[in-house]
Design a protein around this ligand. Sequence first.
Ligand code: AMP
Length: 281
Amino acid sequence: MRLILLGPPGCGKGTQAQRLTDKYGIVQLSTGDMLRAAVKDGTPTGLKARDIMARGDLVPDEVVVAIVAERIDQPDAKNGFILDGFPRTVPQAQALDRMLEEKGLKLDGVVELKVDEGILHERIRKRVDEMMARGESVRADDNPEVLEKRVHAYRVQTAPLVLYYREHGTLRTVDGMAPIPDVSAAIDRVLAPPPATAARKKRTRRASQVRKAKAGRTERVAGAGRKSGKKAAARRAPRRKKAAARRLPARKKASGSRRTSVGAASRKSRRKAINKGRGRG
Ligand code: AMP
């Protein structure tokens, strides 16, 4: 399973991504987490990203694309992954398409968590309170001023991805304003395989009958693989009779007038011959 979770900061992507990793046995690839780790470790990428992130701007596309390309090659991502916070721009989405194509992989879905922007501040404030209560260090960009910039970046640079993935047919939108268990249930619903339609069930049943018939079983398949031989012909005979009986009235009607006229003609010629014999010609 390979998924993208799309939505503005504070929409609940992280919470849902964590739950989905347990459900599907896949890894969560959060570019935000990767970049924060790089900043903490002081790597060249971290040094490039640190100030940009602190301002609430987006790190350059090529930097994040390189991180993701390397990460999805790791053995723990072989079974699948959830991209959380990536892609965030159309060029990133295009780079991801190319990357997956080169690796012979495909996306199973893009889930958009749709929320009112007004609720995001409240959610981030709650997240900060919870982190502080747990004694965790609070993210540098989780404050009202920077959040404003991050939401703006989402609106301008990331929201166009909704259209991008809608056109690709992979977008599923879920109401992210609902309580967490309801959001989880809605995501599970949109990711569930579509129920087999009656038509598809019928096709599957018929295909399996054909397979069995080909394998030499005696099962009769409607309209396929007709049996030859006397027995089969004998089995078909009553059906043919019935069908002929059904067609008969129509044929009678159609040919009735012709038969009458033929009969009339022959009666006429018979009478003529008799009269001739009697010398009345
Ligand atoms: P997040 O934890 O997803 O909210 O990301 C935190 C910050 O990391 C963002 O505000 C950006 O500065 C940076 N970032 C994370 N993912 C990306 C990305 N895909 N493209 C550009 N910048 C990113």
